[in-house]
Write a protein of this length. Structure first.
Length: 377
């Protein structure tokens, strides 16, 4: 096909929007598989595989859609990662489509491969059914049961529907919250309960970072400290050069004075030792290195952390419980409790779905609405 990948995507998107009320694919079984892969919330990388492979197969009619690895070494192989990174990323961002924010070809199931992706291949991805459906769809194109353009347009159609449904749910939840404006604000303890409920939801490992960030955001004018821009949820500290999940500096300085490291399990002696190794390797000599955990704190670990003050020549290492931290903050800055809750909500909603899933965002709005509605009775 002589046109550019960008033009191909635009045409497919227009076709998807024009057919929003009815499937582009006439085969019910194939249409069902596309819908399943496109809408599966727990893994948003696989749908990018479909988009990238379909785009390549349309752009270069001589390729085998099942061979998205140049390492295969045959003339009909191609780089799926190239099409994914060069074209799909900008396209899904432009249209706010619910996909993984980064390429599918660096996920464990798809990286370092040099094989044809036939239906018999076990990619060892989770859930297996999702990967099986995607591989079958690639084979459907190869066998001529569906065209690559139909696969691309129908996938986009399903993503547009999912995006619109997401927008509608969020608009409804936010509208319900707005109705309670002007009522007595939630108490500090009611906010603590709300956060406990949110932390108890599935996939909540990013939330302690946002709780600490929200606290510093609203307290910044009073304490003269601020948090540095948050790193990606999946970025390792070794890659970013950060000491922890949240780094605190003075308002007019870039020097990190406090670092927070979040754990959704018990903090161990080894965690403390690794923290000291990071401090030494990065050269960032902080005043405080604070572990925030959502699990039990063992007294031995607490004491070991405390002993680091003398051993490091003045770096205070401490292990705090997440809920105790936010409870103390909300009572210390009691008049900022509503601002804290709003800041936390904004941070939650702004996070990419890969860090805070859409169901987790909706859960917070629903929990808050329920808590504020209960205050009216």
């Amino acid at each position: 096909m002589s046109t550019t990948p960008t033009a191909i995507l635009d045409v497919a998107f227009q076709q998807a929007e024009a057919s929003i009320a009815q499937s582009i694919v006439t085969n019910p079984s194939i249409a069902e598989k596309i819908d399943y892969v496109s809408r599966y919330v727990g893994n948003r990388a696989v749908v990018r595989l479909l988009l990238a492979c379909a785009l390549a197969a349309i752009h270069r009619a001589n390729v085998d859609i099942r061979k998205p690895y140049t390492e295969i070494g045959t003339p009909d192989a191609y780089s799926g990662r190239y099409y994914d990174e060069a074209y799909i990323t900008a396209f899904i961002n432009q249209h706010e489509l619910p996909c993984n924010p980064t390429t599918a070809f660096l996920t464990p199931a798809l990286r370092n491969r040099n094989i044809t992706l036939t239906p018999v291949v076990n990619l060892v991805g989770r859930p297996p059914k999702l990967y099986e459906a995607a591989l079958q769809l690639l084979d459907d194109v190869h066998q001529g049961r569906i065209t690559a353009l139909e696969l691309l347009a129908e996938t986009l159609r399903c993503l547009i529907i999912a995006r619109n449904e997401k927008r509608q749910r969020m608009a409804t939840l936010l509208a319900d919250l707005k109705k309670s404006e002007g009522a007595i604000p939630l108490s500090a303890e009611e906010i603590v309960t709300l956060l406990q409920q949110h932390l108890a939801c599935r996939g909540s490992s990013r939330l302690p970072v946002l709780i600490v960030a929200a606290a510093y955001q609203v307290a910044e004018p009073y304490i003269g400290e601020r948090f540095l821009p948050l790193e990606s949820h999946n970025a390792a500290d070794e890659q970013t050069g950060a000491l922890g999940g949240v780094e605190i500096t003075l308002v007019d300085d870039e020097k990190v004075i406090t670092s927070y490291e979040m754990k959704t399990r018990r903090v161990t002696y080894a965690d403390i030792d690794r923290a000291l190794q990071k401090i030494n390797s990065t050269g960032k000599r902080v005043d405080n290195y604070i572990f925030i955990t959502t699990d039990v704190i063992e007294e031995g670990v607490r004491s070991y952390a405390s002993s680091m003050y003398e051993r490091t020549g003045g770096i205070e290492v401490v292990v705090l419980d997440c809920i105790s931290f936010v409870r103390h903050f909300l009572h210390l800055f009691h008049r900022l409790r509503s601002q804290f809750l709003s800041a936390y909500q904004q941070l939650v909603l702004r996070e990419p779905d890969s860090a805070v899933s859409q169901p987790l965002k909706e859960a917070f709005l629903a929990l808050r609405q329920a808590a504020e509605s209960a205050r009216e009775f």
